[in-house]
Design a protein around this ligand. Structure first.
Ligand SMILES: NC(=O)c1ccc[n+]([C@@H]2O[C@H](COP(=O)([O-])OP(=O)(O)OC[C@H]3O[C@@H](n4cnc5c(N)ncnc54)[C@H](OP(=O)(O)O)[C@@H]3O)[C@@H](O)[C@H]2O)c1
Length: 139
């Protein structure tokens, strides 16, 4: 069975993207460099399936030791999973892709980075719960 996972990094308020890239791109601080290094470590040997903008942002060197697949709106999740049965597939975003694939994900690996600036793409916590609100009883 395909093992479907997500690895992503967010800012302090859930910032995900800005202008087609990471909002903190080029930040030289240790946490940011370690996050990029860890992304490549964790995904090595596996499949990354992502929307066109995100897939395009994966550099050539990284394609040598992982499989990068571009997901389109027409792609059927079942076809993706059948193609990569018995592999680990990281659903790489962006937000509409995570919204569509969240219900298949069994492991979320989210790093919270010390970034509090602008963004035009945001993490939606509903992806983690499928939108089911907990029952709250107040006594
Ligand atoms: N912080 C992080 O960890 C992280 C990770 C990933 C991305 N990002 C950021 O997010 C931004 C890119 O994301 P994006 O959403 O703008 O573009 P994207 O990566 O191209 O993803 C969205 C596109 O994926 C396609 N898609 C494929 N399957 C889909 C489905 N089942 N339902 C809906 N759409 C589907 C759609 O394009 P078509 O309709 O043309 O097929 C959609 O417009 C960048 O800023 C990037 O840096 C951040």
């Amino acid at each position: 069975m395909t093992d479907i996972r997500v690895i992503c990094a967010i800012g302090l308020r859930g910032q995900l993207g800005l202008g087609g890239g990471m909002p903190w791109e080029g930040d030289p601080r240790r946490e940011f460099r370690e996050d990029v290094a860890r992304f490549f470590d964790v995904t090595r040997g596996h499949v990354i399936a992502a929307g066109p903008v995100t897939a395009r942002s994966i550099p050539d060197f990284a394609r040598r030791d992982r499989t990068v697949v571009e997901l389109r709106s027409q792609t059927r999740p079942e076809d993706l999973f059948a193609r990569f049965a018995d592999r680990v597939v990281f659903i790489g975003g962006g937000p509409p892709v995570w919204a569509a694939y969240a219900r298949y994900v069994r492991h979320w690996d989210i790093t919270r980075l010390p970034y509090d600036g602008a963004a035009d793409r945001w993490f939606d916590p509903v992806w983690l719960t499928g939108g089911s609100a907990p029952e709250v009883s107040v006594r």
